[in-house]
Design a protein around this ligand. Structure first.
Ligand code: ZN
Length: 556
């Protein structure tokens, strides 16, 4: 069915409550394992409809935030969301304590039950007021960032409009743009420090009330870290320091020559070429057309997927004034359809929608007939493998998007992806230090970041900038505020995607076959088991990172 024709239904919360009440009672009284699983299937169907309406309502609001009906629906969904989560949680406890647990684990997966355990350790009625306060603090940060009015070239720009000047091919322009950004952050840095200080203290209080020593362990549980914990992550970061950092230092040397400067400054950081970073050559329609041809040639599975997306008009990618910023993929269980939201703006980011977001959507599409909903409760380090690997699997088609600058694009993509690895680890280590020491002052936190910069990005020269050189950079990284310890996921996924890159360069078909296998595994098994099954090395294993860097060196 076409996205525009999918009927939307206002969710009747009383009906939802009544459904769960009945379901919980029936489940507690189930007379056999099969009976309990049959009841669980009713839950799939009911929640499939509910979440389809929630996602459709949000999507229609996002594509036109000025539209009245869906604005109201969106507010309503904000309101009922926590209530429905709570009902879900209550029901999951019944499953967890079921006498037929072994049978259910077999049917649904051990992973799902581990997740229920972690979820139950993460929430309790007594911390609800703190959680509400936490949400309010996050919104306060978001509003502050979104409402930025930055004077530049006689105009007042928000951060997203300023962004294109940060990578302007004219060095003086981008220097002024970074200066303007720095001045903005300097003007609000005390406010951001205050918000973050409250967030750290709030989260620490939540952890203590739940019986944890500090927030780190609780943060891991909230991220559904069901297969690895702090020790593994620490070991991974150590490997990155040893292997990736010296490699990235060399790449920076090369980038310096590419952009033709004597000394690399922070305002050169996202620049890759003297004549500017490559941008797609075609119109949005041409980009979509090229995408369709590309997926038709890549594999029968991707052809079927992309044709389905086009035929059912499941993309909304053109930038419009009243559209929400950003881009994402979602999935509508009732119609077994992925949907993609984006704002094309003429940069290489438009092509990321066709590669990265479509990688997520493709995975949703290949597992769309799996009746066990829990199989698709992907944790982020896994979900991002699907998308980031697709960026590499589509390398061979980039001339369709970037014309004669396709080689530049590929070089930029690889250099950028590699350079990201130490940065992502730095964001992660920073947060561990912060939540281990919740009583640090804002100045001490900035010092921590400043020190980490020396370890993870020793090449970066902030040129004495009063905001960036004083350990302020993290204040523009939203994830640090939204969801602690969410960020290393991108790094872990990126490492595995690079493994695929190395593999496909040796044997494209073999690599593709295993990629498909990994997509089909969804979240049926634990992270490292799935990697092993798909023939990939776990990033936590000794030497994985080192060996990967050796392989990548041959490509740069
Ligand atoms: Zn993604």
């Amino acid at each position: 069915m076409k996205l525009s024709q999918m009927p939307y239904e206002h969710i009747d919360l009383d009906k939802v409550k009544a459904f769960f009440e009945q379901l919980i009672a029936d489940s507690k009284n189930a007379a056999s394992d099969e009976e309990q699983f049959e009841l669980h299937k009713k839950y799939y169907e009911f929640m499939g409809d509910v979440s389809t309406n929630i996602r459709l309502g949000r999507f229609r609001h996002d594509i036109d935030t000025s539209e009245e009906f869906y604005s109201k629906e969106n507010e309503y969904i904000d309101e009922i969301g926590p209530v429905i989560s709570n009902l879900n949680n209550e029901y999951s406890k019944v499953l967890f304590e079921s006498p037929y647990r072994a049978y259910l684990e077999e049917k649904i997966s051990k992973v799902a039950f581990k997740n229920i355990e972690l979820a139950n350790k993460s929430i309790d009625e007594k911390i609800l007021p703190l959680m509400q306060e936490e949400n309010a603090l996050i919104s306060k940060y978001d509003k502050l960032i979104a409402s930025a009015k930055i004077p530049f070239n006689g105009e007042e720009l928000n951060i997203s409009l300023l962004r294109k000047y940060l990578t302007d091919k004219d060095r003086d322009t981008r220097k002024r743009a970074w200066k303007a950004l720095s001045e903005y952050f300097l003007s609000v840095t005390d406010q951001i420090d205050d918000i973050y200080d409250q967030l750290v203290k709030n989260r620490t209080k939540q952890a203590k009330k739940l019986g944890y020593d500090n927030y780190v362990e609780l943060g891991y549980n909230r991220m559904m870290r069901n297969a690895y914990r702090r020790a593994e992550v620490e070991n991974f970061r150590k490997q990155v320091k040893e292997s990736f950092v010296p490699f990235v230092v060399k790449i920076q040397q090369e980038r310096k020559e590419q952009i033709g400067v004597e000394e690399l400054k922070y305002y050169d950081n996202d620049m890759f070429f003297k004549d500017g970073n490559p941008a797609p050559t075609g119109t949005p329609e041409e980009i979509m057309k090229a995408g369709q041809q590309m997926y038709a040639e890549l594999s029968p599975e991707t052809k079927e997927f992309f044709d389905f997306m086009i035929e059912n008009e499941l993309f909304d990618v053109l930038g419009r004034k009243t559209k929400k910023a950003g881009g994402y993929m979602d999935f509508l269980p009732k119609y077994k359809s992925p949907i993609i939201f984006a704002n094309f703006n003429g940069t290489s980011g438009d092509v990321d929608v066709i590669t990265h977001e479509c990688g997520h959507a493709f995975q949703g599409y290949v597992t769309r007939n799996d009746e066990i909903t829990e199989h698709n409760n992907l944790t982020m380090e896994t979900a991002e493998i699907h998308s980031m690997s697709m960026e590499y699997f589509t390398y061979g088609w980039m001339d369709r998007f970037f014309g004669d600058r396709s080689q530049d694009y590929l070089k930029m993509h690889l250099q950028d992806s590699i350079t990201f690895i130490p940065y992502g680890c730095m964001v992660d280590e920073f947060q561990h230090i912060v939540y281990d020491n919740p009583d640090m002052t804002p100045a001490e936190r900035k010092n921590v970041w400043k020190e980490l910069e020396k370890t993870y990005r020793p090449w970066l020269d902030f040129d004495g900038d009063p905001f960036f050189s004083e350990g302020g950079f993290w204040q523009k990284q939203g994830h640090i505020f939204w969801q602690p310890f969410y960020y290393i996921d991108y790094v872990l996924a990126s490492v595995v995607a690079m493994e695929f890159k190395v593999w496909m360069d040796k044997d494209f078909n073999e690599a593709w076959k295993h990629y498909l296998q990994l997509c089909n595994l969804s979240a049926k098994d634990f992270y490292e088991n799935e990697l092993a099954e798909a023939g990939l090395e776990s990033p936590f294993k000794a030497d994985t990172v080192k060996n990967l860097v050796e392989e990548l060196k041959k490509k740069i």
